[in-house]
Design a protein around this ligand. Structure first.
Ligand code: NDP
Length: 237
């Protein structure tokens, strides 16, 4: 039986791609999910789909760069389910702009969406998880945190920052039995991935593949931390 049965999982960026696939995968293991993203209508449809599959889900329209909205996300999750066992910091945007062409607003948007959001959500989750006596935070990084892509300084910096945030939180949180880890996908066939790669879909990972890895990292006894996963496509044309 999955350790995730009955557990409550918050997934950011749940309205598409890897986050949506995660919602389906966690529910298939018996977890209850809280779905956060800006596109409320897509979240509503996903709640209906999960409900039809026998799952329990709460949609909370959230801009994860907004401090108050993130606070409201945790308040609503606690009001509905009374606990948060797993947080998946998955929301993100891509960017492929050379430094000299990057306006400061764009730099800030990428850093806020891909890095500051994870800090805000972790800050919301940690006191709840500490009080529960356990918790798990999984950050979705990128192969770009290992091998920088050309012409993507803001995206690359955001994902290296997220890698650093993971390391810092993992050390600080383990005494409270909160495991903090990072999953670095290679190219995944999503709205975001399609803009970063010209590889055909059958050569790259599917969102379901990425979700399988994330669920695997979460489906462990509390005393274990699957600290880091780097998954890249095997078949290169
Ligand atoms: P998608 O574009 O399909 O999903 C991105 C998700 O992030 C959407 O649900 C979007 O929802 C959400 N999001 C973006 N900005 C915000 C915001 N301000 N507030 C709340 N939610 C937000 O792409 P993926 O599934 O591919 O991306 C998921 C993660 O995987 C990202 O962190 C990405 O960097 C990472 N990744 C993806 C790779 C790939 O090849 N696909 C490779 C490496 C890493 P909405 O617009 O409704 O707010």
């Amino acid at each position: 039986m999955s350790i995730l049965l009955g557990r409550v999982v918050i997934i950011t960026g749940a309205s598409s791609g890897i986050g949506e696939a995660c919602a389906l995968a966690f529910v298939s293991r018996g977890a209850k999910v809280v779905l956060a993203a800006r596109r409320a209508q897509r979240l509503k449809l996903l709640v209906e789909k999960l409900g039809a599959a026998g799952g329990e889900a709460l949609a909370v329209a959230t801009d994860v760069t907004d401090e108050d909205a993130v606070a409201a996300l945790f308040e609503q999750a606690m009001a509905r389910f009374g606990r948060v066992d797993v947080l998946v910091n998955n929301a993100g945007i891509a960017d492929s702009t050379p430094a000299e062409d990057t306006p400061l607003d764009l730099w800030r948007k990428v850093i806020d969406t891909n890095l500051t959001s994870a800090f805000l959500c972790a800050r919301g989750a940690i006191p709840i998880m500490r009080a529960q006596g356990h918790g798990r935070i999984i950050n979705v990084g990128s192969i770009s945190a290992k091998v920088p892509r050309a012409n993507s300084p803001a995206y690359t910096a955001s994902k290296w920052g997220l890698d650093g945030l993971t390391r810092a939180l993992a050390i600080d949180c383990r005494a409270d039995n909160i495991a903090v880890s990072v999953f670095h996908p290679g190219i995944v066939a999503t709205e975001l991935g399609g803009g970063m790669s010209s590889l055909p879909d059958d050569l790259v990972a599917r969102p379901e593949d990425a979700a399988d890895v994330i669920v695997h990292m979460a489906d462990l006894p509390d005393h274990l931390n699957f600290y880091e996963a780097l998954v890249v496509q095997n078949k290169i044309p």
